[in-house]
Design a protein around this ligand. Structure first.
Ligand SMILES: *[C@@H]1O[C@H](CO)[C@@H](O)[C@H](O)[C@H]1NC(C)=O
Length: 340
């Protein structure tokens, strides 16, 4: 029966090619084998391929976009990820995204963990076009939708090319924070790279003069449109230096936050990104000072204020502002939420 023959053949073929190193040429015989025996594929668990040192190479040939999770059976974070990972596999299938999820039991597959330098669990690596030597480290969220979005921005374009007003309007309607690059001279590669990782924003770009005109632009600019606060923020591209990834990413983080953002676990990374500070009740983190006037009393909320202006001082009665400039903060301010 084919079913019993396959593993033996695989072992043989992989053993043979193993002697010649990691052969990845399209001529590799095992590829034909896979095609010749439909249904005799690598086992799947909840939509996720289960790979080992024999089958990883086959999967790499078969799937041009392969995300591999190295897990350990005893690892708590891996257990937490498992249902999200399966859900992501189902979403990818439902949306016909050409990306495949797989997993490898790390402790049972020492050869692979050594090959890929896996030192902790879970570790996720993304393999493109069967390239075994240069996987991309997965740095995205560990929940289903985030995983899917991270992959979509790699297998497809990370930003939508806009040709006309209708297209621009449709994109702007699609999200709370929409970033459009208006580029006539600037190369879009930097912009697209940033868009691959900024999953909570929607990206588009255009070189159409009529769109420049429509949005009142005369030179290359990245515009962040938001459905809150002041509605729009412009980042003009430096004509001499070009688009700076670091500067643009700090700009987007700062301007995509609410004018005053209450500190929480979710915003902490964004807060670090824009060098804002916060105060926990009774705590003190340099170089930021304790809020005056009892706002650091037990139970008071604390905020992170991520601004270079004092606009947030005028945002209404639910926030109490200290009006004091933070030292070493680039002119940012902090305040605390008024109770009740
Ligand atoms: C894998 O990717 C790296 C970096 O892009 C490239 O230098 C290398 O040639 C690729 N290897 C194969 C086998 O395609």
């Amino acid at each position: 029966m084919d079913g019993q023959l396959l593993p033996v053949l695989l072992l043989f073929l992989l053993g043979a090619s193993g002697l010649q190193g990691q052969g990845q040429g399209p001529e590799r015989p095992s590829e034909d084998l896979l095609e010749d025996t439909p249904g005799e594929e690598v086992p799947k668990e909840d939509g996720v391929l289960v790979l080992n040192h024999r089958t990883l190479g086959l999967a790499l040939q078969e799937y041009p976009a392969l995300l591999v999770e190295f897990f350990a059976p005893w690892c708590g974070h891996c257990k937490a990820l498992a249902p999200e990972y399966s859900k992501a596999a189902a979403l990818l299938a439902a949306e016909s995204v050409t990306a495949t999820l797989a997993k490898v039991d790390g402790p049972a597959e020492r050869e692979l963990t050594e090959e890929f330098g896996v030192t902790g669990y879970p570790t996720l690596k993304f393999f493109r076009d069967g390239n075994r030597t240069h996987p991309e480290e997965y740095t995205g969220p560990r929940e289903a939708k985030g995983i899917v979005e991270w992959l979509k921005r790699r297998v497809g374009s990370s930003a939508t090319r806009l040709e006309d007003e209708e297209g621009a309007q449709a994109l702007m309607d699609a999200g709370d924070v929409v970033v459009i690059g208006f580029f006539q001279d600037e190369d879009v590669a930097t912009f697209l790279a940033l868009a691959r990782d900024a999953l909570d924003m929607t990206f588009g770009f255009t070189d159409q003069p009529k769109l420049f005109q429509k949005f009142g632009l005369t030179k290359d600019t990245v515009v962040l449109f938001k459905k809150f606060d002041e509605g729009r923020a412009d980042f003009p591209v430096d004509e001499e230096l070009g688009l700076d990834l670091g500067d643009l990413s700090r700009f987007l983080i700062t301007h995509s936050m609410l004018l005053v953002t209450e500190f929480s676990h979710q915003v902490s990374s964004a807060a670090w990104g824009c060098r804002a500070g916060w105060m926990g009740p009774g705590s003190h983190r340099k170089p930021f000072h304790r809020p005056p006037g009892g706002s650091s009393a037990p139970g008071s909320s604390t905020i992170c204020c991520c601004l270079s202006t004092r606009r947030w001082l005028h945002i209404g009665s639910s926030w109490r502002a200290s009006g004091r400039r933070l030292p070493h903060s680039g002119g940012r301010y902090w305040g605390s939420r008024r109770k009740g």
